[in-house]
Structure formats: C-alpha cells, structure tokens
Design a protein around this ligand. Structure first.
Ligand code: FAD
Ligand code: MLT
Ligand code: ZN
Length: 450
C-alpha cells in the first residue's frame, strides 16, 4: 500500500487533499510570507484517526506539519516543501461544561470563539482572548502558548491548560484529561506541550480552566505623550482597578494606518503620540472606578470611556485592527518581542533609528501588550532587507535583556535567532527532549529548533 493509500484508509478519500487548488489555503501562512508545497493535506476527525495518520507517516518516514486555524504569525503551521499537512479543524467537539470544577474538555481543533461561546452559555468564560478568535484553534493556542489581550488578568494559554491528550510521533496516545488541581507525579508532559509548536506531539484534546463570566464592562481610550507615560501609570492603575483586564498600547502611525484601512473616525479632535486601551470587567459596574482612575492619570492628553457594547467595540477596533491593516499595506517583517517592562520606553525610542539603519525608508508600526513589556514590531517596505531588519531589532532586544518571541513562538521565522534568547545548554536540553520523543524528526521539521 502506498502512503497516500494508507492515509485514505485512515481518514477516508474525501479528507486526503492532493489537488493543488484544494491544498492551497493550507500551504501559505496568514502573513503571506511563508509557503511550501504539501505532499497532501490530511483531515482526520478523531484522535484515533490522527494516530492512524501519524503511524502511517512514521512507517513511511514521512514528515508532517501540524495545522490548526493557520493564523500563526511565524510560519510554523505551513510546509517548507514535501510534508503532509495534518489539519485538526475537523476535531471540534465541545464537552459539557463542568461547572463545579470550572473546567471543560474540548477537541483541539475547536476555535477559540466556539470555546468562549460554550463557556459563556454555562455562565463562565475562557481566560484567553485575541483578535484571531474566529479561526485560531485551542490546539494552536496551546502549541504556541498564545498570549493575547487578557494576560494581565488570567495569564497566557499555559495557565488555562489543566490537561491534554496528544498523539506522539510514533502514533502512541498520551492522555491526561482528569483536570486534577493538584498532581505531583513526575514530569509535567502537559505543560511541555504548551509552547512546543507541534514539534513534540499532535494535541488532540484539552482540559481547560474556565473563569467567572463578568458581564459588566467599561473600556477607556487614553491619549498620552509617549510609551514612558503608559508604563509609568500602569502600576497605579493596577492598584486602583482590581477589575482591570486589559492594557493595550498603540502609537500614532499605527492609528493612522488602521483608520485609513478600516475607515474609522478619529478618536480625539487632534492626533496624539501614544494611546492606551484599558478594559475593566467585573460583577459590579466598573465604570465609575475607571473614570475616576483615568481622571487622575499623570500626563493625560485626552480620554474617552465607553460603557455600551457598541462603543466598546469601536474603541477596541483601533487596537484590534492593527494586524489586518498592516497586512493590507504589504507583507511586513513581523517581530514579537518582550523586554523588562521598565525598558519598553527605551526600546520604542531606539527602534526607529535601528530599523532605518538596517533598511533606509522602512516603516515601523509598533503596538502591543504593555503590561508584559510585549511589543509587536511590524516593519513595512523592508523588501530584500527583511533579514537585516530582523537581525538588528532582535539584537537590540537581546541587549535590553528581552526575548525574541514574546507570544507568537519561534516557528520558522525566528529559528536563526533562538540563540539570542536561549543558551547553548538550554538549546541542547530542548533538542534532547525533541530527539527522545521524535527520534526521526518527523513532526514539524525546521520549526523552533535550529
Ligand atoms: P496554527 O497557526 O495552525 O499553528 C500554529 C503552531 O501551532 C504551528 O507550529 C502548528 O504546527 C502548531 N499547532 C497547531 N495546532 C496544533 C495541535 N493541535 N497540536 C500540536 N501543534 C499544533 N497570538 C498571540 O499570542 N496573541 C495575540 O494577541 C494574537 N493575535 C492575533 C491576531 C490576528 C489577527 C492573527 C491573525 C493572529 C494573532 N495571533 C496572536 C497569532 C495566532 O492566532 C496564534 O499563534 C494562535 O495560537 C494560532 O492558532 P492556530 O490554531 O491558528 O494555529
Ligand atoms: C496582537 O496582539 O494583535 C497580535 O499578537 C497580532 C500581531 O502581532 O499582529
Ligand atoms: Zn499580541
């Protein structure tokens, strides 16, 4: 039997896509920067089918690329050339919400939005949120240890994952879905899968922590003189606002791009250098507390607060539309870095000159999650100098004591620079783990590890 025959017998003929037109959307990443030809795209519908696909590939020595919603921004979900793409988007079941435990077991291919909706219907909520919610899957969020806009309150994806089931590179299944709050029985394989970027196993199911559903919300948009002001006011805002759940930064060039892309009105009568979106969510209405705290902010240039859902969506749009607006303007160099939060102003100040030096005329667009010192450095018009721009920015970040990937992962895009954030001994230990679990290197070759 050929490999394609074995794959067809594992998942059914209709779910092995070999036709170029049918493969196309699985072969290019969301940014348009990374693409490659797949031998086939295989779409299993259960853990047993995933295991059968992996076993067939292992027997044939065939490499695989694991794919969820294909919204990743570092090229880790698409083939480099010749791999089988293993798409998880047919694994979408949602188990009954366990209200006493505030947990739920779901399939890895379920979208973030579907899990949020499911939790809300049971009077709870999910702690991670990000703009790609309609397509990103919880398996992909776990594999990348995604962050997003609620990390300030609930932590990254790893903090939501209570258990996981995964198919390893030999086709065996490991499963820890009990959701025990306390369980000290050796190596934490579930945590190891968080941030493993598809290199250690194919996540098929997840046991997720849920959080209280907070129905009262208030959103403020603040205009500030610079990033330093945003960093400076945050400790006091956190102190005064126990309901604070998001603090998101963007700057004048990003706002101008978003407004012209989405046709949005100006938030204030005049333009300002920096903007901070604050969101509070609680059981009681947080509006008064937010308004009072904002009124006392040092250096405030202007502010507006929205209490109704439409007004809140309108303020969030200025921040959330950055990714799409940037991609509509060209294929950007997308970097996602973090520095100790006190050094964020210095990073923002030094970046334009560093980028100009690496590529004259390139256009930086900066925004991010200020509480975690996480800056999204997008650079348009870098053309042939994309690698030089990446190199210059990532070296500056390393000099400031930061990380070359804050929340998107390493993927294929950041592999050459992993050594700026991880020591040789750490990389050797990671490689030893990879080799132990996937000796033939069949899962996501070329992703994460050099
Ligand atoms: P994919 O893109 O399909 O895959 C991502 C990686 O995970 C790949 O290496 C893949 O091989 C692996 N993988 C996928 N599924 C599995 C699985 N079941 N088992 C094992 N490995 C798997 N990211 C953030 O962190 N914060 C943000 O705020 C944020 N905002 C975004 C906004 C937009 C508009 C877009 C387009 C993206 C954004 N992202 C953000 C990036 C992206 O949404 C996340 O990385 C997300 O976690 C990817 O999920 P996915 O299902 O699309 O995974
Ligand atoms: C965001 O915070 O909006 C994302 O991580 C997406 C991006 O970096 O473009
Ligand atoms: Zn982000």
């Amino acid at each position: 039997m050929t490999l394609l025959d074995a794959l067809r017998s594992a998942v059914g003929d209709a779910h092995v896509l070999t036709d170029a037109d049918l493969r196309a959307s699985y072969e290019t990443d969301w940014t348009g920067r990374f693409s490659g030809t797949a031998l086939a795209v295989v779409r299993p519908a259960s853990t047993a089918e995933v295991a059968a696909v992996v076993r067939a590939c292992a027997a044939a020595g065939q490499a695989l690329v694991v794919q969820g919603g294909n919204t990743g921004l570092v090229g880790g979900s698409v083939p480099a050339g010749g791999e089988v793409v293993l798409s998880l988007t047919r694994l979408t079941s949602l188990g009954a919400v366990d209200v006493p435990a505030a947990q739920v077991t779901v399939d890895a291919g379920a979208t973030l939005a579907s899990v949020q909706e499911h939790a809300r219907a049971a009077g709870l909520d999910f702690g991670v949120d990000l703009a790609a919610r309609e397509s990103a899957t919880v398996g992909g969020l776990t594999a990348t240890n995604a962050g997003g806009i609620r990390v300030l309150r609930y932590g990254s994806m790893r903090a939501q994952v209570m258990g996981a089931e995964a198919v390893l590179a030999d086709g065996s299944v490991v499963s820890r879905l009990g959701g025990l709050a306390k369980d000290n029985t050796g190596y934490d394989l579930v945590s190891l899968l968080c941030g493993s970027e598809g290199t250690l196993g194919v996540i098929t199911r997840l046991r997720l922590r849920l959080v209280p559903r907070l129905r009262s919300r208030a959103v403020a948009l603040l205009a500030l003189p610079d990033t330093a002001a945003a960093v400076q006011i945050l400790p006091e805002l956190r102190e005064r606002l126990p309901d604070l759940s998001a603090a998101e930064l963007f700057l004048a060039p990003g706002l101008a791009l978003v407004r012209s892309y989405a046709g949005l009105p100006a938030p204030f009568p005049v333009a300002h250098p920096a903007y901070l979106v604050l969101e509070c969510a609680g059981r009681a209405d947080p509006t008064d507390a937010l308004v009072e705290a904002v009124a006392e902010v040092d250096g405030l240039l202007d502010a507006t607060v929205a209490t109704d859902a439409a007004g809140q969506r309108a303020l969030w749009a200025y921040r959330e539309q950055h990714t799409e607006a940037i991609s509509a303007a060209g294929v950007p160099v997308k970097l996602d870095v973090s520095v100790p939060v006190g050094r964020l102003p210095e990073l923002v100040e030094r970046l334009p000159a560093v980028i100009e030096d690496a590529c004259a005329g390139a256009r930086p667009v900066l925004f991010g999650h200020v509480n975690e010192g996480n800056l999204h450095v997008n650079v348009l018009d870098a053309g042939e100098r994309a690698e030089d721009v990446s190199d210059a920015v990532l070296r500056l970040v390393a000099d400031l004591g930061g990380s070359i990937s804050s929340e998107h992962g390493v993927g294929r895009a950041k592999v050459p620079w992993l050594g700026l954030s991880r020591s040789g001994n750490e990389i050797a230990a990671m490689r030893a783990i990879k080799t132990a679990l996937d000796p033939a290197g069949l899962l996501n070759p070329g992703v994460l590890l050099p």
